[in-house]
Design a protein around this ligand. Structure first.
Ligand SMILES: Nc1ncnc2c1ncn2[C@@H]1O[C@H](COP(=O)(O)OP(=O)(O)OP(=O)(O)O)[C@@H](O)[C@H]1O
Ligand SMILES: [Mg+2]
Length: 145
């Protein structure tokens, strides 16, 4: 079910979207970010971290595959980028279960790389799809399962 759908024409629109999504991602919850290279997944995660009050810079975990940010209001934002994940089960080595059990809010770029693990470990999740159009706008659709 679509819970929201928006056109993003600027970074400000991504910031506004992140503010709308932030309260929907609960402690222990998972948000999958789906979209091609350059669709804006990391940029959205940066805006989401800001929405939770994270002051330190949020960088793409391209090589580390996982980063965690303490939230000023309590809890953690865990950010995974699975683009370079060798096998789906590698997600366990990155600490997915610990993050969920610890009540982190979990955001995952390239979840397709670990689909079978995520289907097992996070059957209930939010999915944000980002699609870059030729004119440079981005279509964002949030669904909830
Ligand atoms: N709403 C937006 N308005 C304008 N530019 C944007 C927007 N969102 C992202 N961008 C720009 O698009 C580029 C790619 O964004 P980003 O790195 O977030 O993509 P990504 O989906 O994480 O890519 P990857 O699959 O490589 O991880 C960046 O230069 C970023 O500044
Ligand atoms: Mg990225």
């Amino acid at each position: 079910m679509d819970v929201l759908s928006r056109e993003l024409r600027s970074l400000a629109d991504t910031v506004a979207l992140a503010e709308a999504v932030a309260p929907r991602l609960r402690p222990g919850g998972v948000l999958l970010l789906v979209g091609d290279l350059g669709a804006g997944k990391t940029t959205f995660t940066q805006a989401l971290a800001r929405a939770y009050g994270v002051a330190r810079p949020v960088t793409s975990p391209t090589f580390t595959l996982a980063n965690a940010y303490p939230l000023p209001g309590g809890g953690t934002l865990a950010h995974f980028d699975l683009y370079r994940l060798a096998t789906p089960e590698g997600l366990y080595d990155l600490g997915l279960e610990e993050a969920l059990e610890g009540g982190a809010r979990v955001v995952i770029e390239w979840p397709e790389r670990a689909a079978r693990v995520l289907d097992a470990e996070a059957p209930r999740r939010l999915t944000l799809r980002l699609a870059l159009a030729e004119d440079g706008t981005r279509l964002a659709t949030l669904t909830e399962e």
